[in-house]
Design a protein around this ligand. Structure first.
Ligand code: CTP
Length: 403
């Protein structure tokens, strides 16, 4: 059943649009609330009146409702209302536009602004479906985190026969039902997770800073994996070129250690799990020059003062049941230093990465880690991608620590 689920159905111009009527009826019958948005081309195949009658809501077709009165159809609100957006049928044209971020109708604007998971059921003839451009577009929309429901989920499809055909409404419903029930059994379902990532920049004067080579890759990978396991993620990152993909990651970008500390302290209380993978500067200039510091013959001295140790502060105020994970980057006496940090900063787990390992650490796509726990367990891994490291760490956390 889809009891109470809010489903925004986007119907585009394909002959399969006639099936949208059955789809709406079935969704409603299964307990869902349905609102419909249509592309112009879809209205040649099925009337908005049919879909508004079946869904019991007005159908959105244009950016404005009454152009003269200037009544705006709020596509952002529509996206916010929905638990999921379902694009069915998705024509080759709409699919291509979704793959490249085009926004020439209200349906696409809704898609681009939607924060909820998006499901796409392509519908087109076999040749169009097999064209390399379409194949690539499907891969692209999947990469953005969308779910593609193809006809292979339907029993009619065998081999090429059903390809391109829209999945039958019954199978779309099955797919959505299993998605929602899988969501509910996800190990981090509904849990709030806080992650720090990236370097910090400590300002010397208007043009210079003290920074480090951290790229943020490890922290961003941890955030994506946590979101994929059902968590609501607060990602707090210093300057990094990376962007997030999953909808359930809320990213706050900061610059300095102090800014990072402030945001973390605001958000950490509600977090069940905190992972501190940022390479935070330990020192910051005692004062920042208002003007660019001019070159002189004499040596320049910049006095530095310690920054707040974010992990240590959070560790010392750890809430009952909160799980705190630190990172340690070491170049000597690695294990001993990491164990020391685990104790000193009151962590449950610490992830050691050594700069002595080839291909591991700053800027690399790979990392080689050892993980130590407060209760004297340890796990050692080979060199692997940062997203595999993220998976392994989350597996340890979800199997041993999450109740
Ligand atoms: N950390 C932090 N705030 C700081 C410094 C470090 O939250 N101001 C966190 C890092 O995110 C990491 C852990 O503390 O999870 C260890 O960081 P690391 O730089 O290895 O250790 P330091 O405590 O800075 O010790 P040292 O530089 O002496 O190795």
């Amino acid at each position: 059943m889809l009891n109470g689920k809010k489903i925004l159905l986007a119907v585009t111009g394909s002959i399969a649009a006639y099936k949208a009527a059955f789809l709406v009826r079935l969704l409603v019958k299964n307990g869902a609330q349905v609102k419909v948005v249509m592309s112009e081309a879809a209205t040649s195949f099925i009337t908005p009146l049919t879909l508004s009658t079946l869904s019991k809501h007005p159908v959105v077709q244009h950016f404005t409702n009454d152009e003269q009165a200037g009544v705006w159809n709020n596509h952002v609100e529509l996206g916010m209302w929905a638990d999921i957006m379902l694009v069915a049928p998705a024509s080759a044209n709409t699919l291509a536009k979704m793959a490249y971020g085009h926004c020439d109708n209200v349906l696409l604007a809704t898609y681009l602004s939607a924060k909820c998971p998006v499901f796409i059921a392509p519908a087109m003839d076999l040749d169009m479906f097999l064209h390399p451009a379409t194949v690539e577009n499907i891969e692209r929309v999947k990469r953005f985190g969308n779910h593609v429901i193809d006809a292979e989920h339907g029993e009619l499809a065998s081999g090429l026969e059903g390809k391109g055909r829209m999945a039958e409404p019954e199978h779309i419903i099955d797919y959505l039902e299993s998605y929602f029930s899988a969501q509910e059994t996800q190990p981090l379902n509904g849990k709030k997770v806080l992650i720090t990532a990236g370097p910090t920049y400590e300002k010397i004067d208007p043009v210079r800073f003290i920074g480090n080579h951290s790229s943020g890759k490890m922290g961003f990978a941890l955030a994506e994996e946590a979101a994929a396991l059902g968590a609501e993620v607060e990602l707090i990152s210093g300057p990094s070129a990376l962007n997030t993909v999953h909808q359930n990651i809320h990213l706050t970008r900061v610059t300095s250690a102090e800014e990072m500390a402030t945001v973390v302290m605001q958000k950490v209380d509600g977090a069940a799990i905190g992972i501190f993978s940022a390479a935070v500067a330990d020192y910051t200039p005692e004062s920042t020059a208002d003007q660019k510091i001019k070159k002189k013959d004499a040596a320049l001295e910049i006095k530095l003062k310690p920054t707040t140790d974010i992990l240590k502060t959070v560790g010392s105020q750890k809430k009952e049941g909160q799980i705190i994970v630190g990172f340690a980057l070491e170049t000597e006496d690695e294990e001993q230093n990491a164990q020391g940090k685990l104790e000193r900063k009151n962590c449950d787990l610490i992830v050691l990465n050594s700069l002595n390992d080839k291909g591991a650490g700053f800027g690399h796509d790979t990392n080689r880690v050892k993980i130590f726990s407060r209760d004297n367990n340890s796990w050692e891994f080979q060199l692997m991608s940062k997203s595999e490291v993220a998976k392994s760490l989350w597996e340890i956390i979800t199997t041993h620590y999450v109740k």
